[in-house]
Design a protein around this ligand. Structure first.
Ligand code: APR
Length: 234
C-alpha cells in the first residue's frame, strides 16, 4: 500500500463551523494570541485562558466532521494513511481516521501545569466534567490545564510527524497558512519522489521548488477532486 500523509490546519475544519485563526474573522482577530495561546499568557492569567478553552471545547461538541474529514478517512481502504494535524478538535477521529498525530494538542484532553508533556498526567475530559476549573488538580497536584501546545512550548509530536512525512509517497496539505513552525517545515521532509498536493482557497505561499500541485478550493471540494485524481493515478 502506498503511504499517504495529510497535513491539516484550521481550514480543514472551517466547513464544520470552527473558526480559523488568521482569516479576517479568525480567532486571533477576536482574542490576542499572546493572551490565550502562549505559555506566558497562561502564567499571567490562568483563569482567563482556562475559560477560553472551556468555551472552545463546548463549541466543538456542537460541530460535526465535514465531507473533507470523511473523504480523508475513506482513503484508508486504498492507502496507508496518516493524518498529521495542527487542529485541536477531534473531527478527524469522529470521521473515522485511525492514525492521527496532533501536533498542537487536543481540546478534549487536560494535563498538568508542571509536567504538560508527561503522558501519565493527561486525562480525557468528558461530560459532565467537560470544563476545567481553577483549583482542579492534575495527578501531580498542580493546576489542571488544557492539553494544548502553546506558543513558547516544545512540540513533542514533531518527531513522529517528521518520521511519517519522510516516508510519504503522497503528501496532502489542507487548510493551513503554513506560517507556524515547526509544522510548516514538515513539507521539506517529504522525499524527492513524493507528490505534494495543497488544498486551500487562498494564495498560500510555499517554496516553489517543492513542485506542489495547488487545488485552490475549499477542503471538501478539494478532497473530491483529489480522490478523483488519485483514482486516475494523476
Ligand atoms: N477549506 C480549506 N482551507 C480553508 C478554508 C476551507 N473552507 N477556509 C479557510 N481556509 C484556509 C485559509 O485560506 C488559510 O490558509 O485555512 C488556512 C487557515 O490558516 P490559519 O488560520 O493560519 O490556521 P493554521 O495554519 O491551522 O494555524 C496554525 O497556528 O494559531 C496557531 O496553533 C494554532 O494550529 C494553529 C497554528
Amino acid at each position: 500500500m502506498k503511504k499517504l500523509v495529510f497535513l491539516t490546519g484550521a481550514g480543514m475544519s472551517a466547513e464544520s463551523g470552527i473558526s480559523t485563526f488568521r482569516n479576517s474573522d479568525g480567532l486571533w482577530e477576536k482574542y490576542p494570541v499572546e493572551q490565550v495561546a502562549s505559555i506566558q499568557g497562561y502564567m499571567a492569567d490562568p483563569e482567563l485562558v482556562i475559560n477560553f478553552y472551556n468555551r472552545l471545547r463546548r463549541q466543538l461538541l456542537q460541530a460535526s466532521p465535514c465531507l473533507a474529514h470523511r473523504l480523508v478517512a475513506s482513503l484508508e481502504t486504498d492507502y496507508a494513511v496518516t493524518v498529521v494535524t495542527q487542529n485541536v478538535d477531534d473531527l478527524h477521529e469522529r470521521a473515522g481516521s485511525s492514525h492521527i498525530i496532533h501536533l498542537h494538542g487536543e481540546l478534549l484532553k487536560a494535563t498538568s501545569t508542571l509536567h504538560p508533556n508527561d503522558p501519565s498526567q493527561v486525562v480525557t475530559l468528558r461530560e459532565p466534567h467537560l470544563d476545567i476549573h481553577m483549583g482542579q488538580q492534575a495527578k501531580d497536584g498542580s493546576q489542571l490545564r488544557p492539553a494544548i501546545v502553546w506558543f513558547g512550548e516544545p512540540v513533542p509530536m514533531i518527531e513522529p510527524a517528521i518520521h511519517e512525512v519522510s516516508q510519504a509517497d503522497i503528501l496532502v496539505v489542507i487548510g493551513t497558512s503554513l506560517v507556524v513552525y515547526p509544522a510548516a517545515g514538515l513539507l521539506h521532509y517529504a522525499p524527492p519522489a513524493c507528490k505534494i498536493y495543497l488544498i486551500d482557497p487562498a494564495d498560500v505561499s510555499y517554496d516553489p521548488s517543492l513542485g506542489i500541485t495547488h487545488l485552490q478550493t475549499g477542503a471538501s471540494e478539494g478532497m473530491k477532486k483529489l480522490v478523483e485524481m488519485l483514482r486516475k493515478g494523476s
